[in-house]
Design a protein around this ligand. Structure first.
Ligand code: PHE
Length: 340
């Protein structure tokens, strides 16, 4: 056995000096220390020796084993370092290459405009309210004083969904929804999408955006309304902008008006508005009474004004865009100009 030990030691050191890879090193490890490795087998054989002989040879084998383990570890570290150096030198990074540009998006001009409008009204104490886009006939027409078969319903081409449901044609629905839930005083603006059966052209789209406004209280009169609208226009279009209130008609306001501003080529309409029609207060009052609550919307004690404007229209005027379709096509070259 002594000879075998010497033999193993010799062939191990000559084998080790020839090893050039971690795989080859692992092979040597297995051939000596593995389950059927030479050292393992020797250790098994020990049981055939007796007493003192077994002790003496056992020590020699164990010495050899730890000698081999140390050498293997040493070699392994050397090989690992060589390999990582090689990998590093093969994958050089060229720090002179230009970086990849990061494209940062910008806020859509319609969103920017909507936010501008809301900001102005918020600074005057209005808060934001929202309502659903799929509505019932009641909120879109009935409660807003459009009687059934009233010709005013023809003013708006409606997308009907099924039964009583339709896509709202204006954000005035939110006036009713708000007043049904909350007693005056009320000061809200309500932004959102509205839908009309229109063909697409430079100034029409079947989907567009409105911002509705509603202010209701015990002593709100036309002058509050005029002052609010004028302050809004001064803020958005500049304080020297000329404003005109032109008589108009909406079933849910009385009197009604349309507001025009002076543009480079003449008057341009920017919103519909008016004093809330007493019939609208009657309709929301009924809801309060049906719930068994005291009605806070007695038309003799309460008044208010409402307005509604198209966001696309305001954005077109602000940025001198003459075709609404540009807002929906999302051509990056167009959108980039509004980068913020
Ligand atoms: N809802 C009207 C429209 O879409 C605008 C409007 C709102 C008019 C509020 C008066 C009061 O044309």
């Amino acid at each position: 056995m002594n000879e075998q030990i010497q033999e193993i030691k010799k062939s191990f050191s000559s084998g080790l000096s020839r090893v050039k890879s971690l795989e080859a090193l692992q092979k040597i490890r297995v051939s000596l220390l593995g389950k059927k490795g030479k050292i393992t087998l020797l250790l098994k054989k020990l049981t055939t020796l007796d007493g003192s002989k077994r002790k003496e040879v056992g020590k020699k084998i164990n010495d050899l084993k730890s000698h081999i383990e140390n050498k293997l570890l040493e070699k392994e570290n050397i090989l690992k370092e060589k390999e990582s150096k090689k990998a590093l030198s093969e994958s050089t990074i060229d720090i002179t290459l230009p970086g990849r540009p990061q494209n940062v998006g910008t806020i859509h001009p319609l969103t920017q405009t909507e936010k501008m409008i809301i900001d102005v009204f918020q600074s005057m104490g209005f808060s934001v309210a929202e309502g659903p886009e799929v509505e019932t006939d009641y909120y879109n027409f009935e409660a807003l004083n459009f009687p059934r078969d009233h010709p005013a319903r023809d003013m708006q081409d409606t997308f009907f969904v099924e039964g009583d449901l339709l896509l709202r044609t204006h954000t005035s629905t939110v006036q009713i929804r708000t007043m049904e839930q909350k007693a005056p005083p009320i000061r809200i603006v309500s932004p959102g999408k509205v839908y009309r059966c229109d063909d697409i052209d430079a100034t029409h789209s079947p989907i567009f955006h409105q911002v509705e406004g509603l202010c209701v209280g015990p002593d709100i009169h036309f002058q509050h309304f005029k002052g609010t609208v004028e302050a809004f226009i001064a803020n958005i279009f500049g304080k020297d902008t000329k404003v005109r209130f032109r008589p108009s008609f909406f079933p849910f306001t009385e009197p009604s008006a349309e507001v025009d501003i002076m543009g480079p080529d003449g008057w341009l309409e920017i919103m519909g508005c008016g004093m809330v029609d007493p019939n609208v207060f009657e309709n929301v009052g009924k809801k309060w009474k049906d719930r068994g609550e005291e009605n806070p919307y007695d038309p003799d004690k309460i008044s208010g004004f409402a307005f509604g404007m198209g966001v696309e229209r305001i954005a077109m005027l602000l940025h001198q865009v003459n075709d609404m379709r540009l807002f929906y096509e999302n051509d990056i070259r167009f959108l980039k100009q509004f980068g913020k």
